[in-house]
Design a protein around this ligand. Structure first.
Ligand code: ADP
Length: 414
């Protein structure tokens, strides 16, 4: 089965086509046929396509909206010039899996999309006003282009965290706001953390019920997740993805009273404050240079930039703080911390700085293995006699979405 995976952002589109089915999932033999991205939809867009074994194709084109973007991508995919032998017409796309950011309290699993599900996702728009409308657009456009007979499945970023207990998801706010407005912690990056738990089991041979890890997704967005018995029991993102770790441009945890103070001192309104917290803070805000960790590490080592160093330091300490917090929440029964995401997978230096000092919890980092991961990208980076371990596991949310799509269709007997 060829599954088109769509991740529609507010002005971007990421996509993959993955050849998979129930048997391929069992054998771990699913294959990515193409992946790509359209950035800056609504203006001069940047498009790139990657077909395994062929050179990456990069283009710029004015693309007005998501429909034009999806049409353009699919036209290219089915054309001869893409070189994808298996896909020659829309009929060669058998199912669509959508990343949907917010499933609220309603969706705790991936689900085959019908009118009721669309209404449910629309019901969560207020919780994710930038993301869910783009996700709904993606679903409607796919129906229009591929026909309603092609099954589509929604895979929610929040779903994996549905197992969080009340004490982890409630804020210390008056309970009535939870009752009236569902103000609580939902958590995000769930598909990534679930993939990490799954892949950790595949590597170690452990069963789901004995998977006790702290998953650290460190990319532009960052979150930590405490996974006990294979289930999420706590995560660092909250009502929105703003809470928790320091990120590329998001502040992570702050004292909410700062907002009123800034409103009074600087005349900033809610819109300004929201932009400041989500777009101008984090690594970018502290360094005053960039949100890109690789560039910050270069600034620090080549120019000894003080604020670049400070931003990296705060970033690493915040991750450590969450490791400590989850260690306690899991009663010290942690088998491993797992690094993933662009920073977690690629930066031996950041992994080293985060692990420094964790000897007090029994972690012994194997420095050679940590460095080797630059080339190997997968596996254990702690010593054999470490009391608990550290791993690097590359995330693959798209694969998880494609597999969930196959499973949801299979379950409904399509
Ligand atoms: P997104 O969250 O948008 O998917 P990624 O997971 O791709 O982003 O992570 C992007 C981040 O990873 C950027 O800060 C980038 O600098 C960082 N990164 C990628 N490669 C390296 C590297 N070799 N060293 C340090 N940081 C890296």
């Amino acid at each position: 089965m060829h599954v088109l995976v769509l991740n529609c952002g507010s002005s971007s589109l990421k996509f993959q086509i993955i050849a998979t089915d129930v048997q391929a999932i069992k054998n771990n033999s699913d294959r990515c046929l193409v992946k790509g991205e359209v950035e800056r939809i609504g203006s001069q867009s940047l498009i790139n396509y990657e077909v395994p074994g062929r050179p990456i194709v990069k283009k710029t084109d004015p693309i007005a909206n998501h429909q034009a973007a999806i049409e353009l991508v699919l036209r290219w995919v089915i054309s001869q010039k893409s070189g994808i032998e298996q896909i020659n017409s829309y009929a060669d796309i058998h199912a669509v899996g959508h990343r949907v950011v917010h499933g609220g309290e309603q969706f705790s699993h991936s689900i085959l999309i019908d009118q009721q599900v669309i209404e449910g996702i629309e019901g969560c728009v207020e919780l994710a006003p930038l993301h869910n409308p783009a996700n709904i657009k993606g679903i409607k456009i796919a129906t229009k282009l591929l026909g309603s007979a092609v099954p589509q499945v929604a895979v929610f970023d929040t779903a994996f965290h549905a197992t969080m207990p009340e004490h982890a998801y409630l804020y210390g706010l008056p309970y009535e706001y939870y009752r009236r407005h569902k103000i609580r912690r939902y958590g995000f990056h769930g598909t990534s953390h679930r993939y990490i738990a799954y892949q950790y089991r595949a590597i170690t041979g452990l069963s789901k019920s004995s998977t006790d890890i702290i998953s650290l997704h460190l990319g532009n967005g960052c979150s930590a997740c405490a996974i006990k018995d294979g289930l999420s029991i706590d995560t660092s993102m909250g009502f929105t993805p703003l809470e928790g770790l320091l990120m590329g441009t998001r502040s992570g945890d702050v004292d909410a009273s700062i907002l009123e103070y800034l409103h009074l001192q600087e005349g900033m309104d809610f819109n300004d404050l929201d932009k400041m917290l989500n777009k101008r803070s984090g690594l970018l805000g502290i360094s005053g240079l960039t949100s890109d960790m690789r560039e910050l590490l270069e600034e620090e080592s080549e120019k000894q930039d003080r604020r670049a160093k400070l931003a990296i330091d705060i970033f690493c300490r915040r991750v450590k703080r969450y490791i400590g917090k989850y260690f306690v929440e899991m009663d010290g029964e942690v088998d491993a911390i797992v690094f993933t995401g662009g920073i977690g997978e690629n930066s031996a230096e950041i992994r080293h700085r985060i692990c420094a000092g964790l000897q007090c919890l029994g972690l012994q980092l194997d420095n050679d293995k940590n460095q080797q991961m630059v080339n190997e990208h997968d596996g254990k980076i702690s010593t054999v006699d470490s009391a608990f371990h550290a791993y690097v596991i590359p995330t693959n949310e798209e694969l998880m979405i494609a597999r969930d799509t196959v499973r949801a269709i299979d379950k409904k007997g399509h």
